[in-house]
Design a protein around this ligand. Structure first.
Ligand code: AMP
Ligand code: MG
Length: 492
């Protein structure tokens, strides 16, 4: 009914902008900077429908005007959020330097989601940046965020990409574009760091209350709300990272400003998917030390939560020493909680329904074998799940056969059959992940040669990652010659 009423008024949005309740120093109100020649490149009709956004009456030109920021929809209250963050371990002031939050849209089923335009021009937080984004990187974020969503991993979503008709100067000249990003919220660990460092305890308390009310309302009843927030995030982030590990996802820039309180994957920059299993895998060209390598992600999440704890200290207890002690107690739970989630995730990947002694060793033995033999992470689990190990003679290796025997014995020790196990495994082990070289291939065609069909084809594939799709056979494999010097660039 609500949707009908809004459409009748000609405004598909149902904005209700609660962020403005927060202290004024936490944002700057301003509109996106208009662009020269907006042209709609991608629009996510499925997502529009999911959130009750009826734009059926809009033609492409109208959509381009709206999702470039040239037209501000009724009910929007555009603003740029202030935040700080630890980037590669160093604290710095940041903020939305090239993004504008149009407002919060309430979906017909009562969800509140941020509607953000990314690449929307300079803001008071732009520092030396141009406020813009390249078409290449916005298409990349669209593709990978949608892929993560359909892999079943909490993620920001992508509604539209509009090219701006303006050049963007990076290491070379790119086409400019704006992405419409949807997220549970854009409150970050860095939002707390900003408030703690540059505002006061009163503001910090408002932010904690606001965050709990928005994301974890059950915890509002807790006596120590700041500690409750830390505790819930220890659990949510541990689970989120275990999910990244399940599919071989490497975020690439796990700075504290890129870790959200909604515990969704977001801010897709130089992220990539691991092919051959190796915990030290890094693709980002700026991550020269491997700080954000695949296997480091749980440690970094723990580190980032430490920054959150640091920001929350004055609310945890008035005496700092006592506050530190209380925060530590919660933080120190992270490794054990993470391991629980990780083991549960691995049990699903291996078709095991309950915990038994020796499981951890068996899981680690497989990973060690994969590492040593440079086996593809996704394909190994896929072949195990689909009874297709015969596809590759590498699995005839003695060490693997030994492991396989143990695994089968372990399955036998449960009540179910191998088929039962495989049914579980097929839900945890994707057939398809977005293979980096394929991602690169379709993005280059789209961004540099205006050939959008390969990208559309891949966008179709990422919607069903757990299904066998014979027509997509070449998308199943990593590059033949391995990753070589494959690098992802922040040249965003
Ligand atoms: P990111 O690495 O995308 O998480 O961005 C880190 C910070 O740099 C955020 O404050 C961004 O808003 C800002 N930033 C990144 N690129 C630009 C740009 N082209 N212009 C202005 N600010 C930017
Ligand atoms: Mg960021």
């Amino acid at each position: 009914m609500i949707a009908d009423r809004i459409t009748a008024q000609g405004n598909p949005w149902n904005f209700d902008n609660s962020y403005l309740q927060l202290p004024e120093k936490m944002y700057s109100k301003l509109n996106p900077v208009p662009v020269k020649a907006p042209s709609l490149i991608l629009f996510n009709h499925t997502l529009a429908e999911e959130i009750g956004l009826d734009v059926k009456g809009y033609d492409w030109q109208k959509l381009a005007a709206c999702f470039s920021g040239n037209e501000i929809p009724g009910g929007a209250d555009p603003l740029a959020q202030a935040y700080a963050g630890h980037q590669f371990g160093h604290f710095t002031m940041l903020g939305d330097g090239r993004a504008i939050l149009l407002g919060e849209h309430l979906t017909p089923d009562g969800k509140r989601i941020d509607i953000q335009l990314k690449g929307s021009g300079r803001t008071p937080y732009s520092r030396r940046g141009d406020g813009r984004a390249t078409l290449y990187s916005m298409l990349r974020e669209y593709l990978i965020s949608e892929a993560m969503h359909y892999l079943g991993i909490p993620s920001s979503r992508s509604l539209a990409v509009v090219s701006t008709g303006e050049p963007v100067y990076r290491e070379r000249i790119h086409k400019g574009a704006i992405l419409t990003r949807l997220a549970g919220s854009h409150i970050r660990v860095g939002t707390f760091e900003y408030t703690r460092n540059f505002l006061g305890d009163e503001e910090l308390e408002k932010l904690v209350d606001y965050s709990l009310e928005r994301h974890y309302p059950d915890d509002l009843q807790k006596k120590n709300k700041a500690l409750a927030l830390l505790d819930v995030l220890v659990h949510r982030q541990a689970r989120l990272i275990s999910e990244w590990m399940r599919v071989g996802f490497i975020h690439g820039v796990m700075n504290t400003d890129n870790m959200g309180i909604a515990a969704e994957t977001f801010d897709y920059g130089p992220c990539a998917f691991m092919n051959a299993y190796n915990p030290a895998t890094v693709f980002s060209s700026i991550d020269t030390e491997g700080r954000y390598a695949y296997g480091n992600q749980p440690y970094i999440a723990h580190w980032n939560l430490g920054s959150l704890a640091g920001a929350l200290l004055p609310l945890i207890h008035p005496e700092q020493e006592k506050a530190i002690e209380m925060a530590k107690e919660v933080l120190n739970e992270f490794p054990a909680i993470y391991q629980q989630y990780w083991k549960e995730m691995m049990r699903n990947k291996l078709g095991l329904t309950r915990e038994m002694e020796g499981d951890l060793n068996m899981m680690e033995d497989l990973l060690v074998w994969m590492h040593k033999n440079k086996a593809d992470y996704t394909l190994t689990f896929y072949r195990l799940s689909h009874d297709k190990l015969q596809e590759d003679p590498a699995y005839l290796e003695e060490g693997f056969i030994h492991w396989l025997t143990q695994w089968k014995e372990r399955i036998n020790a449960e009540d179910g059959t191998l088929d039962d196990a495989r049914a579980i495994m097929k839900k945890a082990n994707p057939v398809h992940i977005p293979r980096n070289h394929k991602v690169e291939e379709v993005l280059l065609k789209a961004a540099d040669h205006q050939q959008f069909e390969p990208l559309e084809t891949m966008l179709e594939l990422v919607k069903s990652p757990y299904e066998e799709r014979p027509e997509y056979e070449p998308f199943k494999y990593g590059p033949e010659q391995g990753d070589g010097n494959y690098r992802t660039f922040c040249g965003t």
